[in-house]
Design a protein around this ligand. Structure first.
Ligand code: NAD
Length: 429
């Protein structure tokens, strides 16, 4: 099929490259010239394991094209994906300005039947808005489909090729839904076909539920600390219940961050309000999540004493492992709070340093984890990168002035760490 993808961010780029890998001819369009120049040279503007190899391979096979102009590629397209950002508008709602602009661009340049597929996470009713926006400029036949994205950064290629499910929402046109289903048939997964509104809701409901699990287990963790229970064992015991499940989001830590959960949870709360419904559980999920970062900072302060003049090593800046994405990353809140209290922060992240430098220029960035620890008063684990899990903690301890570990992700066995001479503080243990 001939496909256009608008937006080459974490979602659009993966979608475009993977559809090309399946044999489709794909044009990826972005307004960001710097991104397009990199991509034309076979370089990925984001860190996502495996993506650069696929970009290079499909460029060579002439199945993928990168451009800043939609017009040129729209004329042959059967399917046009909208994969632009939907950040928070600052008041909790999703800002739809990029989706609206993309829809206008399509409307102004379309000259034949095409299926417009919305991949961005958008409030319920946006599919109809996109339809009406295009209609203002293009009066002939076209269809709008919702096909929300469920990928996890860091595992995005695997999620594309082995999805748990594909959701397709459409109002009216059965043929459009069938055509999109055909595109994904080869992935051999359940395909859920619904109306537009239901598909849009499935995405918000899924992210809201996953975020709820995180705040739930963090609340359990906070009680564990008071009553002498260990949340990592509680979580293991819970996940073995098949109704809860092995892959449940029940790892206690410093709360969720990233480009999706924070904005999608607050957008869901706002959608509920607009529907004159209270989503009290979700309001608490948000509040608990904010508190969780503050509790971690308090734990550091309570145990280290005066922070002024202390040298603190931070391992991990990305909002989770295997990505360079630092949007809403807990590391930002934690580092900035420690700096405001007078600490000197040395930070290490294997891939997020470039993004972090733009947001936090006053941090001392180092290129090896151990370099952050020299003469440090404490080591703070913020992201659960694999490379932190089996370091020689005895060697790390020997570099440090004071031997404290604050493990925000519970990556270490507390008893083992204590044997290395560290004072260990995890979450909920
Ligand atoms: P992103 O910010 O990484 O990328 C968006 C891209 O769209 C940018 O490169 C931007 O330049 C481009 N763009 C904006 N307006 C444009 C226009 N009119 N024409 C061409 N390009 C345009 O965003 P993302 O993380 O890829 O997220 C995209 C959407 O997918 C959001 O709605 C998000 O909520 C959703 N989503 C994201 C993830 C994730 O893990 N990142 C997962 C599932 C769903």
């Amino acid at each position: 099929m001939k496909i256009v993808v608008i937006g080459t961010g974490y979602v659009g780029l993966v979608q475009g490259v993977c559809l090309a890998e399946l044999g489709n001819e794909v044009a990826c369009v972005d307004l960001d010239e710097a991104k397009i120049t990199k991509l034309k040279n076979g370089e990925s503007p984001i860190y996502e394991p495996g993506i650069e190899e696929l970009i290079k391979k499909n460029l060579k096979q002439e199945r993928i094209f990168f451009d800043t102009s939609l017009k040129k590629h729209l004329k042959n397209a059967e399917i046009v994906f909208i994969a632009v950002g939907t950040p928070s508008d600052g008041k909790g709602k999703a800002d739809l300005k990029y989706v609206t602009a993309a829809a206008e661009d399509i409307g102004k340049n379309l000259n034949h039947y095409a299926i417009i597929v919305n991949k961005s996470t958008v409030p319920i009713g946006t599919g109809e808005m996109v339809k009406n926006t295009i209609k203002k400029y293009y009066k002939e036949d076209f269809d709008v489909v919702s096909n929300p994205e469920f990928l996890k950064e860091g595992a995005a290629l695997d999620d594309f090729f082995h999805p748990d499910r594909v959701v397709i929402g459409v109002n009216g046109s059965k043929k459009a839904a069938e055509r999109i289903a055909e595109l994904y048939k080869v992935l051999n997964c359940p395909i859920v076909v619904t109306n537009l509104e239901t598909a849009e809701m499935i995405k918000y409901a899924s992210n809201s539920y996953l975020a709820t699990q995180i705040s739930f287990i963090n609340s359990i963790a906070n009680i564990c600390e008071k009553v002498g229970a260990d949340v990592t064992d509680v979580s293991r015991g819970m996940k073995l219940d098949k109704r809860i499940g092995e892959r449940a989001f029940l790892n206690a830590g410093i709360g969720y961050g990233g480009s999706c959960f924070p904005k999608d949870v607050s957008a869901m709360v706002e959608i509920a309000k607009e529907s004159k419904e209270n989503f009290r559980i979700l309001e608490e999920v948000e509040a608990t999540n904010k508190e969780q970062r503050q509790k971690f900072i308090k734990k550091i302060v309570d145990n280290l004493g005066k922070i002024q003049g202390k040298r603190i090593a931070v391992w991990g800046i990305a909002f989770k492992a295997k990505t360079d994405d630092i949007r809403e990353a807990p590391a930002i809140t934690i580092i900035e709070s420690l700096q405001n209290l007078g600490a000197e922060v040395l930070a290490y992240d294997p891939v997020a340093e470039e993004n972090a430098r733009r947001v936090m220029p006053d941090v001392i960035y180092v290129s090896r984890p151990q370099d952050a620890c020299k003469k440090a008063d404490a080591l703070v684990i913020v992201t659960d990168w694999d490379e932190f899990k089996q370091v020689d903690l005895k060697a790390i301890a020997s570099l440090m002035k004071n031997k404290y570990i604050f493990d925000g992700r519970n990556i270490y066995d507390s008893d083992e760490v204590k044997k290395t001479g560290f004072k260990y503080y995890g979450i909920g243990r």
